[in-house]
Design a protein around this ligand. Structure first.
Ligand code: ADP
Ligand code: ASP
Ligand code: MG
Length: 415
């Protein structure tokens, strides 16, 4: 029997959809992996589906059903990653880097049964470690795993980042490198805000807030896992990396800077629905019954505005959820005999994030002033220690983002 020495892969590299969007791009990615393998030693690759592929599969599915919490939905949308990892491993083998493509479950991802939005429960890295020990580069399908019965599950849109960070944490990898189509995390989405700046270093806390408020660049759960296991994430640009540029953003356990800026970054979230119900009776216990039901259905509720009408025993309720869940919520309301007075999906949440807010007063006043000057209507607003969010009409979201970015990032007041 041949003796196998177990080698721990020291790095995990994840490539997003645009990075593997065509055969040429897959070949470029293979060159990056080859170089990193030669320079850094053992590594493990995670890939997303080719860009547009998951959307295509979701659209096919939705022509037949709107229920995305099924075995069949998961099986279908997971297939995008099956194709891309096979192609990437083939491209690596073709340039002399021994490689093996693996589905999520083969790489040890065991999840719960929440179809379409499963959570990773355990990770068995035995197989991956064996493959690495043989000098082979594992190329793992992101976004997917299997439940304890072996049924394929998916982690929610954008979930390949979470696969990569979970793998890096389980392997105790030095870093998890997220290769994407922008050069790091910016002060705002550079595709909306032309003068957004790349952030060199940021804390888990800020990135977690930013990701959960809609900055697509990292999947929120990937940052949660990174913070829990202290895994440093580097966000890098695939296209720049193929030209040798490795500047990006480090997300890690960094202390607040001595003089943190008030606002580190801004983001928008378009996947938002605001549901309002009027004239609820306190005695009907709707808050308890409704939110219990929503949590049983794994609906994520964000803003909750509960306003009692004094001495009437009545109150009005508004809450925001992801737009994708609107049908599920309608069913929940129906099953409890409730009716929404309004279900608004034409809204966007604009948020400002920064640990510097802890030590500065008057941030909300500046936000409201800038929005008022730009005639942006605020539907509702919410704050925490390190963020402030305003829900605004979708048509006004870009002007809101740009004007707030000018005020808090570009303007000299913030220097
Ligand atoms: P991938 O396919 O590589 O996972 P995504 O499309 O999921 O890439 O995420 C990258 C995109 O995130 C960028 O193209 C950019 O438009 C968007 N984005 C949103 N907010 C930010 C931000 N603050 N910094 C950088 N990119 C951002
Ligand atoms: N392919 C999946 C999606 O488009 C996962 C990912 O890209 O992270 O959502
Ligand atoms: Mg992504």
């Amino acid at each position: 029997m041949a003796l196998r020495f177990r080698v721990r892969p020291v790095r995990v590299l994840k490539f997003g959809g645009t990075s593997v969007g065509s055969i040429e791009r897959i070949q470029d990615v293979a060159q990056i992996v080859k170089r990193r393998f030669e320079e850094d030693g053992p590594l493990c690759v995670v890939a997303s589906a080719m860009s547009g592929e998951t959307d295509r599969l979701v659209n096919l599915y939705k022509q037949l059903s709107s229920n995305t919490q099924t075995f069949e939905y998961d099986l279908l949308v997971a297939s995008g990653e099956q194709a891309s990892v096979s192609l990437l491993a083939t491209a690596l083998n073709a340039i002399g880097v021994k490689s093996r493509a693996l589905l999520g479950f083969q790489a040890g991802f065991v999840t719960n049964k929440d179809r379409g939005r499963a959570k990773i429960q355990t990770m068995d890295t035995e197989q991956i470690s064996q493959i690495c020990a043989e000098g082979i580069v594992p190329v793992v399908a992101g976004f997917q795993g299997a439940d304890d019965k072996g049924y394929i599950t998916t982690l929610g849109r954008g979930g390949s980042d979470t696969s990569a960070v979970a793998l890096a944490a389980a392997l105790k990898a030095e870093t998890c490198d997220i290769y994407t189509d922008v050069s790091g995390v910016y002060t705002a989405d550079p595709r909306i805000c032309a003068n957004a700046r790349r952030i060199e270093k940021m804390s888990f806390e800020e990135m977690m807030e930013l990701a959960s408020l809609g900055a697509k660049v990292l999947h929120p759960r990937s940052v949660e896992i990174a913070a829990k296991y202290n895994t440093i994430i580097r966000v890098l640009n695939t296209f720049e990396a193929s030209k040798g540029n490795t500047m990006g953003t480090l997300v890690g356990p960094f202390e607040d800077l001595f003089e943190s800026p008030v606002v580190t970054a801004l983001t928008t979230d378009k996947n938002l629905a605001l549901i309002s119900i009027k004239d609820l009776h306190e005695k009907d216990n709707v808050l308890d019954r409704l939110f219990t039901k929503l949590s049983q259905e794994s609906v994520i509720v964000d803003i909750i505005v509960h306003s009692a009408i004094r001495r009437s025993g009545k109150y009005n309720l508004s809450f925001s959820t992801p737009k994708d869940d609107i049908e599920l919520i309608s069913n929940c309301l129906k099953s409890l005999g409730l009716e929404a007075s309004q279900m608004d999906t034409d809204l966007v949440k604009v948020s400002l994030v920064g640990t510097g807010m802890r030590s500065h007063s008057g941030v909300a006043a500046r936000v409201f002033h800038v929005l008022a000057q730009n005639n942006v209507k605020i539907i509702c607003t919410t704050t925490s220690e390190i963020k402030i969010s305003c829900v605004v009409p979708a048509a006004q979201s870009e002007i809101a983002l740009r004007s707030l970015h000018d005020e808090f990032i570009t303007s000299e007041k913030n220097q």
